[in-house]
Design a protein around this ligand. Structure first.
Ligand code: UDP
Ligand code: MN
Length: 340
């Protein structure tokens, strides 16, 4: 081989190595990360100290926390974490009907979120949300006339409330707390006994029934329920009202679903709206906006019931043996399309 050939050969080798490296990195990013994510299930969630005793609350009858030994079924403060199999849906249904409850379901659909998500959210809620109970939907939007007409079952109503369109999506999201507080202090608060507040970019895929009711209800975040406390994405910057001390925090809750009695939700929304105002005045914004403030509130005032990630699952994670029947599925995030 001449010197020229050797040099050529060396360059070719570098060239192919670079191609392989690029493809490898791309492959890892595209396919490797979900695999890494699946390893999470081997991180223990902890065990419920009460698992040998039946838990109960006013809504779910007797719970069987031992029925799901592979997951955490209660919190350290004694609240049940509702997983498929630990409750009897028929008992929950009967108790809710006896109490003659009206359940509110609030959802915001501002800007492009309305066309993209609202119809499917409402249609699937008709099939799965608190079926057999009285339900009143509250849709908050800046364009009431664009709200799709969805055929409603008996005992189910839909009301539309007009809101202003904020300029930034972060502000639309955060403004929900103040607006919900106003609604809970008005007609919604008079009409409903219990209320769930949800994101619109998801749809129901299984029964979301009265087993989810309690004085205050928080949703475990599908991405974070196996993570150790120190890695959870709480706001840690002490300048924000949402800040939690570095070594503190229970679970990371998802703001796409929270609920409770009207009185409890009035306290929750008042706290969050006030904290958001305070941050704005100081020129800071919490890492995950209203969700950070919600997490601070539930850290100060522990929820009476926690919903397992089965209640609000992300198909992007893929299926897991411990997720029996997802009740809500996130829509794929199409931020480029809906955020402006
Ligand atoms: N939202 C809206 N219009 C917007 C931004 C937000 O209607 O421009 C509402 C909508 O209900 C949405 C929720 O606020 O589901 C939270 O925003 P998003 O779902 O984008 O936040 P993420 O779930 O990605 O944290
Ligand atoms: Mn969302």
């Amino acid at each position: 081989m001449s010197e020229k050939d050797t040099e050529n050969w060396a360059w070719k080798r570098i060239f192919w190595l670079l191609i392989l490296l690029t493809l490898g990195t791309l492959g890892l990013l595209l396919y490797g990360l979900p695999v890494v994510r699946q390893l999470e299930v081997f991180m223990p969630m902890g065990t419920c100290p009460l698992a040998r005793m039946p838990l109960s609350d006013n809504f779910t009858g007797l719970l069987r926390p031992w029925a799901r030994p592979e997951v955490l079924t209660c919190t350290s403060w004694g609240a049940p974490i509702i997983w498929d199999g630990i409750f009897d849906p028929a008992v929950a249904q009967q108790q809710a009907r006896q109490k003659n409850l009206t359940i509110g379901l609030t959802v915001f659909a501002v800007g492009r979120y309305l066309e993209k998500y609202l119809a499917r959210f409402l249609e699937t809620a008709e099939q799965h949300f608190m079926v057999g109970l009285r339900v009143v939907y509250y849709v908050f939007t800046e364009r009431p006339s664009a709200v799709p007409r969805v055929a409603l079952g008996q005992g189910r109503q839909l009301r539309v409330e007009r809101v202003d369109r904020e300029r930034r999506w972060q502000d639309v999201s955060m403004e929900r707390m103040r607006r919900l507080h106003v609604a809970l202090s008005g007609r919604l608060g008079r009409e409903a006994n219990f209320v769930f507040c949800m994101d619109v970019d998801q749809h129901f895929s299984g029964a979301f029934g009265p087993e989810a009711l309690a004085e205050s209800v928080a949703q475990l975040h599908a991405w974070h329920y196996h993570w150790p406390q120190r890695l959870l994405p709480f706001e840690r910057d002490a300048r924000s009202a949402a800040a939690l001390p570095f070594d503190q925090g229970d679970f990371y809750y998802h703001a796409a679903v929270f609920g409770g009695s009207v009185a409890a939700l009035r306290r929750l929304t008042a706290h969050c709206a006030q904290a958001i105002r305070q941050d704005r005045a100081r020129g800071v914004e919490a890492r995950w906006h209203d969700e950070s403030h919600l997490n601070k509130f539930f850290w100060l005032q522990k929820p009476a019931k926690v919903l397992s990630p089965e209640f609000c699952w992300s198909s992007e994670i893929g299926m897991r043996a411990e997720i029996h029947r997802p009740r809500l599925l996130w829509a794929t995030k199409e931020y480029a399309l809906v955020r402006y």
